[in-house]
Design a protein around this ligand. Structure first.
Ligand SMILES: N[C@@H](CCC(=O)N[C@@H](CS)C(=O)NCC(=O)O)C(=O)O
Length: 202
């Protein structure tokens, strides 16, 4: 299988971590989605990474790729078998990914010349991030779906998101008053799959 992506994307990291946790071997194809000659649109019409090229077809959108990998039935299971329990995990994965979307928009907007940046856009995305982090904090403190005894895709998506916030210095004070998220990410960053997918220094 070939994973098309970059070493800095939280969505790509999520898929790399899932494959490392499951012991699935894959080839990493380093490709930026942002260049004019990017190969990414050949694999994903939306022009986004990650995309996973497999004998069963090419998959895109990281939650779909995670589902594809899960249906290979390779331990450890990262999505519960029970349908309602699975939805709860997938909802939190979607929340972590959605915060990631807002963070990517914020980073891209901040890269534009100062006079072209839309203040309203920056504020709106920052609010999404902060609201989302509060919900993840509450879930991590509860420890039932996120931060439970059983690793799942929501734990992985959340830690990849926090890794991205740290890496891009988005909302640098995110950890203030969010002790459960700090604990969860410390626990996750200690795993070999996370150590092996640490983004390169900017
Ligand atoms: N919902 C998508 C988000 C993927 C995404 O936004 N990836 C960014 C890189 S971190 C990208 O490729 N952006 C290019 C673009 O939006 O054109 C997923 O979960 O795979």
């Amino acid at each position: 299988m070939k994973l098309i992506g970059s070493y800095t994307s939280p969505f790509v990291r999520k898929i790399s971590v899932i494959m490392l946790e499951k012991g699935i071997t894959f080839e990493f194809i380093n490709a930026s989605p942002w260049t004019d000659d990017s190969p990414v649109p050949q694999h994903n019409p939306l022009g986004k990474i990650p995309a996973l090229v497999t004998p069963d077809g090419t998959w895109y959108e990281s939650h779909i790729i995670a589902n594809f990998l899960e249906q290979m039935d390779i331990a450890p299971a990262l999505i519960p078998r029970d349908k309602l329990a699975a939805l709860k995990v997938l909802q939190l994965q979607a929340l972590a990914d959605g915060i990631g979307d807002a963070a990517v928009i914020l980073v891209r907007e901040s890269m534009r010349p100062a006079e072209k940046q839309l203040e309203e856009q920056l504020i709106r995305q920052r609010e999404k991030i902060l609201r989302g982090l509060d919900v993840l904090e509450a879930a991590a403190a509860k420890g039932e779906v996120l931060n439970s005894d059983t690793l799942n895709v929501a734990d992985i998506a959340t830690a990849c998101l926090i890794g991205f916030l740290n890496f891009r210095r988005v909302v640098p004070g995110w950890c203030v008053n969010r002790p459960a998220l700090v604990k969860l990410t410390e626990k996750m960053f200690a795993r070999e799959s996370f150590a092996r997918t640490t983004p390169p220094s900017p």
